[in-house]
Structures are given as structure tokens and as C-alpha cells.
Design a protein around this ligand. Structure first.
Ligand code: GDP
Length: 437
């Protein structure tokens, strides 16, 4: 997934950042939800202007108030957002004097050395544009853009400037596709809690991402300028009353949700795993061929001194068929390492899309033919002549032999394990197919 360029709106409280943000979005643009703890009070949206797609972020947040300690907090947040941005829109209030603190903040922003656009807001009439001169002098600027967010004055000029100043890559016509992640697992492992944690306690604002379809239950998240979509399947749980029915429903739900996802995250309860249901769902994940991350949740309840490695080993022993999946210890309750799920999901998706050159595969084959000669189910040696990668997601390999015969399952497992280790296929199932040469 390529990160999208980001334009950030910064400025002091009450200069009109939020109005400007909303005006720039109009109705047709979509909103995505921001992650807590990163840009907690910021609202972001995916925008398309003139074929350029980018993220627009308003750093104002809800506590847009002029109370002194708050101003400081708002500014620090704005500063952090500006440092990550590709374009900074610094909004000023044209109906009052420039504040010394604003001047100071602007000098700081300028030192970032990135595209910076000074926007003079609340200029409702041509006569009021005279105020711009003073700002130009004090800020030592060549130009400032007078606009009125409220009355939609000069917003077309502002849009033009944004498009001009955004990095070139944003000109791609292709829409960014969010990575579709399914959080699956049996009842009570903490799926809903994890999803809530990922979304933060803030209100969810979602609508259509340009060029994509979505269901009402999908949630968009923003992390490191990339969009993730949490896919969910509604309505199944409501039907169930007894525990047994709920268990069955959770399996059914996992099945339906897996189909709609690019990457899976199976949640396990660190105090009790794997149960029969865990195994059933993990089998569904493996059979789907989709990349998988395991989240060992409720880690806060695990006694101090117990190591993650012990739990990883237990998973390796009892759920060896998904032994390829990285295991992340998390706590939906404390939020510990929860957002790492998104990073890992992205990583395993990339690995499941990877292709290895035929020459490297055949070098591996030469080595394995000598070091671990292939065995068939009937425990005969099988001479594999040639090997090539047929496809991705999941990575699928063709093995050619004169007289192909099914491999001994234990041998196939060893072969896959060595192949995985050699080429770093982490988090993705692999498939082998035998062919006659
Ligand atoms: P779901 O059925 O998988 O969606 O599970 P829920 O999200 O409804 O969580 C089931 C129960 O586990 C609830 O009582 C949660 O409060 C609790 N829970 C979820 N995550 C954690 C966690 O990380 N730590 C602790 N201690 N409890 C958790």
C-alpha cells in the first residue's frame, strides 16, 4: 500500500479551520476515522481534487477554545501533524491582528522546509482584502491567499494552490484501495473490544471512499497516511441466544467475513487457547489462503513473568497448521500494541503478494534435492526436476517431476518450512502443486 500525500490545516483556535475543512470537503468527499493516540483530536478525510487523491487533516479538534493551556496543547498537536505532512495550510484570522505567538509559530513552520501555504480567512469582501498587506509584512511573505470559508470566497483558488503544491505522485489516476482487514475469532475473545480500541472512543465518521464499494458495517482507519478498512459481517450474532448457538454463529460469521477481506487477524484469548472453536476458525483462515496475523488478546491478565515466547511455542505446537502467522500479544483493555495489528497486517499482505524468480527457486531445489531428498507418500524418493512460482495470494509453486506422486505429508511440511524460511514468506499460507514434466 502506498501512503497518500497529506495536507494538514493548522492555526490558532477560532481562525476557522474546521469551517475551511468542511468547505473543502463539501458533501461528496469521504471521511475516514483517525487513530487515537496519534492524531487523536484530528479529523481526516480522503479528498480528490483534479484527479489528485490526498488526505486532508484538520488539527483543530473539538476543543477549539481560546483558553490558554488548551491553545498550547492544540499548537503542539498541530506541530506534530505538520511535521508528518506534505503540505501545510496555515490559517490566520483576517479580522484581527496577527498574534506574536502566531508569528512565532509560523517561523517554526517555515523551518520545516515543506510546502507551506498562508491562508487569510474571514475576508468576506474585497475591501477587507487590504488587511493582507499587514500580514505580508509581518510574516515576510510574497503572497497570502485571502479567503472566506464561511462565504466560500476564493476557495477555488485555494483548491488550485493545494493541487499545485501537493507532491507529484498524488497525480496518479488510480484510486488508493484500502487494505481490507477482518478481525475474526470465537465468542468473547475480545473482537469488539479490539475494534473499538482501534477506532478510539471518538465518534466514527465514515462514508464512501472514492472509487470503492463499502458495506454499512465497514470502518475506515488511517495510519501512517494509509487507509485500512475493517470489514465486518452484520446481523449474525443477533439471531443467537444460547452459548452453543453463539459459537456456531461466530464460525459462520468468520466464514462470511473472511471472503470479504484481504488480510485476517484471528483473535485468541491468552488465558484459554486453543479451544475447539479457535481451531475451527484457524482452519477456515488457512483454507482461505489469505495472510494471517494472530492476536493473543487479554495480555493484561497474563501474570507478570510469563513470556510471550512460551505462548508462541504453545501456538506452534497446537496450531501448527497456522504456524506461519506472526503472533502479537495485545490488550484491548489497555490498548497495548493494538495498532501494531495494522502494521503487521500490511506486512504479511505484502509478503503474500511476493514473487520469487525461477532461478532462485531452482537453486533452492538443487540444494533441497541433495540435503533433504523428496519423499512420496509410499516413501519412495521423488526427483523434482524444476520449480516455478505460479501465483500469489497465496504464493503457489509448481513442482515438476517425471512421475509425480503425492508427497509424504511430513515431507511436504518440511519442504514448505524450508521454502518459507529461505524466502521469508511470513504470515502467508503457501501452496505446492505437482506436475508432470
Ligand atoms: P467478542 O465476542 O470477541 O467481540 O468479545 P468482546 O469484545 O465482547 O469481549 C468479551 C469480554 O472480554 C468483555 O467482557 C471485554 O470487556 C473483555 N475483554 C476484551 N478484551 C480484553 C482485554 O484485553 N483484557 C481484559 N482484561 N478483558 C478484555
Amino acid at each position: 500500500m502506498k501512503p497518500l500525500p497529506q495536507a494538514v490545516i493548522v492555526g490558532f483556535p477560532n481562525v476557522g479551520k474546521s469551517t475551511l475543512f468542511n468547505r473543502l470537503l463539501r458533501q461528496k468527499k469521504s471521511l475516514v476515522h483517525s487513530l487515537p493516540g496519534m492524531t487523536r483530536d484530528a479529523v481526516s478525510a480522503v479528498c480528490s481534487l483534479d484527479g489528485k487523491t490526498f488526505i486532508l487533516t484538520d488539527t483543530g479538534g473539538l476543543d477549539d477554545s481560546a483558553a490558554e493551556p488548551l491553545v498550547r496543547a492544540v499548537l503542539e498537536r498541530a506541530w506534530a501533524a505538520a511535521r508528518r505532512a506534505d503540505l501545510v495550510l496555515f490559517v490566520l484570522d483576517g479580522r484581527r491582528e496577527l498574534l506574536p505567538a502566531e508569528e512565532e509559530f509560523f517561523i517554526r513552520l517555515r523551518k520545516l522546509g515543506k510546502p507551506l501555504l498562508a491562508v487569510l480567512n474571514k475576508i468576506d469582501t474585497e475591501a477587507q482584502e487590504l488587511a493582507a498587506g499587514d500580514f505580508l509584512n509581518r510574516l515576510k511573505l510574497d503572497s497570502i491567499l485571502p479567503v472566506s470559508a464561511e462565504h466560500r470566497r476564493n476557495l477555488d483558488l485555494l483548491e488550485e494552490e493545494i493541487v499545485r503544491l501537493l507532491p507529484r505522485e498524488a497525480a496518479e489516476k488510480e484510486r488508493p484501495q484500502p487494505l481490507r482487514l477482518a478481525i475474526i475469532g470465537r465468542v468473547n475473545v475480545g473482537k469488539s473490544s479490539l475494534i473499538n480500541r482501534l477506532c478510539g472512543e471518538e465518534r466514527l465518521i465514515t462514508s464512501q471512499i472514492p472509487g470503492t464499494t463499502r458495506d454499512s458495517t465497514d470502518t475506515f482507519l488511517l495510519r501512517n497516511k494509509k487507509i485500512f478498512c475493517l470489514v465486518d459481517t452484520p446481523g449474525i450474532r443477533k439471531l443467537s441466544r444460547t452459548r452453543d448457538e453463539r459459537e456456531k454463529a461466530s464460525v459462520l460469521k468468520a466464514k462470511k467475513t473472511i471472503v470479504r477481506a484481504d488480510v485476517l487477524c484471528q483473535v485468541l484469548d491468552a488465558r484459554e487457547f486453543p479451544t475447539r472453536q479457535d481451531l475451527t476458525i484457524a482452519h477456515l483462515a488457512e483454507e482461505s489462503g489469505k495472510p494471517l496475523v494472530l492476536a493473543l488478546n487479554k495480555w493484561d491478565l497474563v501474570p507478570a513473568g510469563e513470556f510471550a515466547q512460551g505462548h508462541r511455542d504453545a501456538i506452534g505446537r497446537r496450531m501448527s497448521f497456522v504456524g506461519y502467522a506472526p503472533v502479537l500479544t495485545v490488550s484491548a483493555l489497555t490498548g497495548r500494541r493494538v495498532v501494531r495489528i495494522l502494521d503487521l497486517a500490511e506486512e504479511v499482505y505484502a509478503l503474500s503478494s511476493r514473487r520469487v524468480e525461477t532461478s532462485r527457486l531452482n537453486a533452492f531445489l538443487t540444494w533441497i534435492n541433495a540435503a533433504h531428498p523428496p519423499l512420496t507418500k509410499t516413501r519412495r524418493r521423488l526427483k523434482i526436476k524444476y520449480m516455478t512460482q505460479q501465483g500469489i495470494r497465496p504464493p503457489t509453486f509448481l513442482l515438476f517431476a517425471h512421475r509425480p506422486a503425492p508427497l509424504l505429508p511430513a515431507y511436504e511440511k518440511l519442504f514448505l518450512q524450508l521454502l518459507r524460511g529461505k524466502f521469508g514468506f511470513r504470515g502467508t499460507p503457501l501452496r505446492l502443486r505437482l506436475r508432470k514434466s
